[in-house]
Design a protein around this ligand. Sequence first.
Ligand code: AMP
Length: 113
Amino acid sequence: MAEPCIFCKIARGEVPAQMIVNNKEIVAFRDLNPQAPVHILIVPKKHVASLDDANDSDLLGRMMVLAAALARQEKIARSGYRTVVNTGRDGGQSVDHLHIHLLGGRPFTWPPG
Ligand code: AMP
């Protein structure tokens, strides 16, 4: 049966997205509902439901290194940026496929809402 997950569909090219990176294991694309001038999602192609299900530390590391590289590419590294992994209900996760948000281009406050 076809995988219903929206990020799996984007990773397979079945649903359009503003794709920035598409390598053998990771895709990065612009968020449909951006919360900052730069809002990119970094997503493993393999379906992993959340950080709670993630066990590939090498892949997680490569996702973080890619986030930093994209921040430089998007010219937000100097001003600063935020990386976020929402996990589960209280974490505010709405798509059950692991992803890192890369947000920048404006200041963020702390603590988060
Ligand atoms: P989260 O709440 O951490 O699970 O974040 C999911 C993010 O995915 C939200 O910021 C949504 O705006 C974004 N999103 C959902 N569907 C799409 C889509 N088809 N293309 C791009 N971004 C999406």
